[in-house]
Design a protein around this ligand. Structure first.
Ligand code: SF4
Length: 433
């Protein structure tokens, strides 16, 4: 554990009289190096004759960004003030999803979803409210204590917003829910979700009535793709929501479209009950097993995900896999090769409609959220630079190296599958189109 006070005291000792901004930048650099390399401030920045701010910053940038220093522009190094708040630390105690408080909008109080919530959580406190309001905990970690069942009024279908300036795959979204019970250290919801509760709409039929007549984008795919997993995991709450029971038959009758359930879970009972459909793709977020274990807390391991995938494929669904986020840690080539091979051995490769690959990227705000919620994380130890879309990304040369290795490998293992790169600089994606 790195103590910020220790770094500040050391800097005051070796570089007395530093201004606030200079102190802030050096503190952050030492903090990040100390966390990554497990070294003390004097080991990272030994005192030397005539040491000044410029020299200290250069030494530290070289150590923090050995690959990018001297190549990346100076303004690509993002060095915000360290604002660590121990009260934000993620609670990783394993517990079932059982909200303490359930709010139900009066308009949907007599729906099957509301009835199931009462049946599944008899010990919860239920309250009928007139309309969606700010409920939930101050603390993101306690979001699963509150469930809000509501009637969605406006936000039904929309094009995927992608990332500004990225190559677009023409995806379309219906937002069936907000919030997740897993704790992936990289999850953007940590910074994005301002209502710390699980939100589930009870009017899935209203979403489906909006589908016909839309002029859907289809990108490079044979049919438009519509998915529900932007702000939640598509299946993790399906035992409660039973959205699968409405969605699967609806799309089975519309062969010109395809629907994607995107999940990290193994909650497939609803899919099996609904029967298969060729144009319904069930896709799993996948990663190297050691990454799943260290970073994707509470989620099933790769083997369990693949067993679920094999089962839904046997039931008649097609499959998708998202290697996202790929993190080029030491030994990444072997680890990701083995994960890809494990997929190819576990499921029928002809059933795999698409596989996407995307390296870890995140907003500046998310960096601070991860630092606070997972202070011992290793995912932020990489060399992240402010990139073309304002997000933090690995240096372009490293991203290109990963894609150059992994995309051809996946295309070889899955010859009939559409393998594509997600949310990237169009120049990086071009060789793989
Ligand atoms: S499964 Fe997806 S939505 Fe859930 S915590 Fe992980 S990244 Fe976030």
């Amino acid at each position: 554990m790195v103590y910020v006070k220790e770094i500040e005291n050391y800097l005051s000792e070796i570089l007395p009289g530093l201004g606030v901004n200079k102190q802030r930048e050096l503190t952050r650099l030492i903090y990040e190096i100390a966390k990554r390399d497990k070294k003390t401030p004097p080991e990272i920045l030994p005192t030397e004759k005539n040491l000044n701010f410029e020299r200290a910053k250069k030494i530290l940038l070289q150590k923090r960004y050995p690959r990018a220093f001297g190549i990346a522009p100076k303004n690509a190094f993002y060095l915000p003030k360290l604002e660590l708040d121990p009260s934000q630390r993620a609670d990783l105690t394993v517990r079932p999803f059982y909200p303490k408080q359930v709010y139900i909008e009066s308009a949907v109080q007599d729906t099957p979803l509301a009835a199931r919530a009462r049946q599944m959580f008899p010990k919860a406190h239920f309250e009928i409210i007139e309309k969606k309001q700010l409920v939930g905990s101050e603390n993101f970690s306690r979001r699963t204590e509150t469930l809000l069942i509501h009637k969605e009024q406006y936000d039904f279908v929309k094009p995927c917003p992608c990332s500004q300036g990225s190559a677009c795959c023409g995806y379309n979204l219906i937002n069936l829910g907000f919030g997740c019970r897993f704790e992936c250290e990289y999850c953007f919801l940590q910074q994005y979700q301002n209502l710390h509760a699980i939100l589930l709409p009870a009017n899935v039929q209203d979403f489906l009535t909006k589908i016909d007549g839309v002029n859907w984008r289809k990108g490079p795919f044979d049919r438009p793709r519509i998915g529900s997993g932007e702000f939640t995991d598509s299946l993790v709450f399906d035992e409660l929501t039973r959205y699968t029971q409405d969605i699967v038959p609806f799309f089975r009758a519309r062969a010109h479209l395809q629907f994607e359930f995107k999940t990290t879970s193994t909650c497939i009972d609803g899919l099996l009950r609904a029967g298969g459909a060729e144009n319904v793709v069930v896709s799993w977020s996948v990663n190297a097993p050691q990454f799943i274990e260290q970073v994707e807390h509470f989620t099933p391991d790769l083997t369990a995900r693949l067993q679920a995938a094999a089962e839904v494929a046997r039931a008649g669904y097609r499959l998708g896999f998202h290697f996202d986020p790929v993190v080029p840690f030491d030994g990444w080539k072997e680890a990701y090769t083995q994960a890809a091979q494990q997929i190819a051995q576990s499921v029928s490769v002809d059933k795999v409609a698409w596989i996407s690959v995307g390296l870890l990227r995140f907003s500046r705000e998310l960096k601070k959220a991860v630092e606070n919620r997972f202070p011992e994380n290793t995912i932020l130890d990489g060399e992240f630079l402010l990139e073309f879309d304002g997000k933090m990304r690995y240096p372009q040369a490293l991203r290109e190296e990963v894609y150059a290795y992994f995309v051809p490998l996946l295309r070889k293992l899955f010859p009939h599958t559409h393998v594509y790169i997600c949310m990237e600089d169009p120049a990086v994606v071009k060789p793989y189109l």
